[in-house]
Design a protein around this ligand. Structure first.
Ligand code: NCD
Length: 337
C-alpha cells in the first residue's frame, strides 16, 4: 500500500509486505525510543489526539510517539467536553479538527465511527479503537512484539501457536490481531472464552479461509500446554448491557505462576494488551507473574511507541529524513527499551 497520506483504520488494509515495512521502520526508531538520539523531523507538525473513550496507554503512546519525532500534540478527551454532546456530527467535527492538525488519532465507543470521521477528514486518521470493532495499532505492536520474542527463540511468525483468552467477543485487540495473523502461514490459533464471549464468526472464518488452524474451547488449562504465546484479555465490561452481566465472566480464566509452571511449555510468552484487571474478582494475569522473564506485557507497551512512531513517519512521509534531523541526547538518559 501507499502509506503517504493514508488513513490507518483496519488491518484489512494491509498485505504482509506492508506489515514488514512498518516493522522495518519501527526497528529504525529504536535509538529514538531508547533516548540515545533525538530527532526534530516533525518539528511544527500537530497531532490531534482525540479520545472519546477511556484510555491511558494508547493515548499517551500516540502522543509520546509524535513528541519523539519532534511534533506537538493537542488533546481532546471525553464526549462531555466536546461539541459531540451538542449534537454535532462526526463528519462536521472531522471537517473542523482536520483544519487544526496534520494527523489525527481517534478512539470512539462506536464501531465504524473512526472510518466515518476519516471520510470527512482532510488529514490522515489513525484508529485508536472503535468500539468492539478494531484496534489496528495495538495488533501491529502485538505482532511486532511476537516477532521479537520469537526471534530470540530462533523462530519466525509463520508456524506460530497462540492462545487468545478471555473476552473474544467484545475485545477489539483480538479482532485486529486475528486478522493480522491471517496474513501468515501455518498459524494455529486457540480461542479460549466462555461460549457467550466467543470470537465473532467473521474473524474465525477469515483465519480458516487463509489456512490457519483454529481450535475453539471454553477450557483454559487443556489448551495452553503447546503454544508459543498466551494472549490474555480483560472482560470488556463497558460493552456489556450491565455490570452484573460482565461480573458473570470475570475471573474465569486466571493465569498465575503456578498454573504457568504446571501447564505451559517453558518459555511460553505471556501477553496482554493491558490494562489487566488486577481486582481480586478478575485477576486475569496475577502479579506473581511479574518476575517471570517471559512476561512480555511491558515490552509490548515499549514496542508500541516504536510502531506508532513508524506509522506517523510513514503516513507523513518522513521516514528517510528522520536520521538527518537527529542529534545525540544532551541529558543523562536511563531509559532502556
Ligand atoms: C485495549 C483496548 O482499549 O481495546 N487497551 C489498549 O488499548 N491497550 C484493551 C482493553 O481495554 O481491555
Amino acid at each position: 500500500m501507499n502509506f503517504t497520506g493514508a488513513h490507518i483504520l483496519s488491518i484489512e488494509q494491509f498485505q504482509r509486505e506492508d506489515v514488514e515495512r512498518i516493522f522495518a521502520v519501527a526497528d529504525r526508531m529504536a535509538p529514538y525510543g531508547r533516548r540515545q538520539r533525538v530527532t526534530r523531523v516533525l518539528e511544527g507538525a500537530i497531532l490531534g489526539n482525540m479520545f472519546f473513550e477511556a484510555s491511558t496507554r494508547t493515548r499517551v503512546s500516540f502522543g509520546s510517539a509524535f513528541n519523539l519525532l519532534g511534533g506537538e500534540v493537542r488533546e481532546t478527551a471525553g464526549f462531555e467536553s466536546s461539541a459531540l454532546v451538542k449534537g454535532e456530527s462526526l463528519r462536521d467535527t472531522a471537517r473542523v479538527l482536520s483544519g487544526f492538525s496534520d494527523v489525527i488519532c481517534m478512539r470512539h465507543p462506536q464501531a465504524g465511527s473512526v472510518a466515518e470521521f476519516a471520510s470527512a477528514s482532510r488529514v490522515p486518521v489513525l484508529n485508536g479503537g472503535d468500539g468492539s470493532n478494531e484496534h489496528p495499532t495495538q495488533a501491529l505492536l502485538d505482532l511486532y512484539t511476537i516477532a521479537k520474542e520469537l526471534a530470540q527463540r530462533q523462530r519466525s511468525i509463520d508456524g506460530l501457536r497462540i492462545a487468545m483468552i478471555g473476552d473474544l467477543r467484545y475485545g477489539r485487540t483480538v479482532h485486529s490481531l486475528s486478522r493480522l495473523l491471517s496474513l501468515y502461514k501455518n498459524i494455529h490459533v486457540l480461542l479460549i472464552s466462555p461460549p457467550e464471549l466467543a470470537m465473532p464468526e467473521q474473524y474465525v472464518e477469515q483465519l480458516r479461509s487463509t489456512g490457519a488452524q483454529v481450535t475453539i474451547s471454553d477450557q483454559l488449562l487443556a489448551n495452553i500446554n503447546h503454544v508459543d504465546i498466551v494472549y490474555s484479555t480483560r472482560i470488556q465490561e463497558e460493552r456489556f448491557p450491565s455490570r452484573e452481566e460482565a461480573d458473570l465472566y470475570r475471573g474465569k480464566f486466571r493465569l498465575n505462576q503456578a498454573i504457568y509452571t504446571q501447564h505451559c511449555e517453558p518459555n511460553t510468552v505471556i501477553m496482554h494488551p493491558l490494562p489487566r484487571d488486577s481486582r481480586s474478582a478478575a485477576n486475569e494475569l496475577d502479579i506473581d507473574l511479574d518476575d517471570n522473564p517471559n512476561l512480555a506485557i511491558f515490552r509490548q507497551t515499549d514496542n508500541g511507541l516504536l510502531v506508532r512512531m513508524a506509522l506517523f513517519a510513514l503516513v507523513l512521509d518522513v521516514v528517510d529524513q528522520v536520521d538527518s534531523c537527529a542529534q545525540a541526547v544532551r541529558w543523562h538518559s536511563a531509559r532502556q527499551l
